[in-house]
Design a protein around this ligand. Structure first.
Ligand code: COA
Length: 140
């Protein structure tokens, strides 16, 4: 798998990949929103390609304090072959180079089976934290 930075030209292919991998997609995943994400985080939104086709994708965002990992996904027929781990490692390497000390991610509770993958990659569950959110503009 060849890993490179995601561009907005990848949008349709990446969106299809996310949908096929069961990622919950919302208004915040529409083209203009992803374009904003890529502009702010050009080095940490990545795709993995095999034979010219995108088989894995992830978005990393850095807010100046913590890194956040969004929508890590591998094409379903190629899962369990190490590609997700490779893409995650490359994102972590880039975050580390930027001086990011800690990264967070959210797992939806209907997708608990993915927790084992993250634990194998060194992530720990934070039972003492309760996520809270507030919508400031239209629901996205
Ligand atoms: C989660 C996901 C990205 C992992 O990518 P992948 O390519 O399938 O995973 P890898 O092959 O790199 O797995 C790496 C390790 O995690 C382990 N692993 C993978 N899934 C696991 C699971 N459900 N439970 C326990 N371990 C798991 C593998 O055994 C492997 O360990 P090993 O190297 O010791 O054998 C991929 O399965 C996926 O796209 N899932 C659907 C989308 C999704 O839920 N994304 C996460 C959003 S938070």
């Amino acid at each position: 798998m060849r890993i490179r930075e995601m561009t907005i030209n990848d949008y349709e292919e990446v969106y299809r990949l996310w949908a096929s991998a069961g990622i919950t997609l919302k208004k915040s995943d529409e083209r203009e929103e992803i374009e904003k994400m890529l502009k702010r985080n050009p080095n940490t939104c990545l795709v993995g390609e095999k034979d010219g086709k995108i088989i894995a994708a992830v978005m990393g965002g850095f807010d100046g304090r913590r890194g956040y990992i969004h929508h890590l996904a591998v094409q379903p027929s190629l899962q369990g072959q190490g590609y997700g781990g490779q893409l995650l490692k490359e994102l972590e390497r880039r975050f580390t180079q930027m001086g990011v000390k800690k990264v967070h991610l959210f797992v939806v509770d209907t997708n608990k089976e993915v927790i084992g993958f993250y634990e194998k990659n060194g992530y720990i569950q934070r039972d003492e934290l309760i996520p809270m959110s507030k919508t400031l503009l239209d629901e996205i």
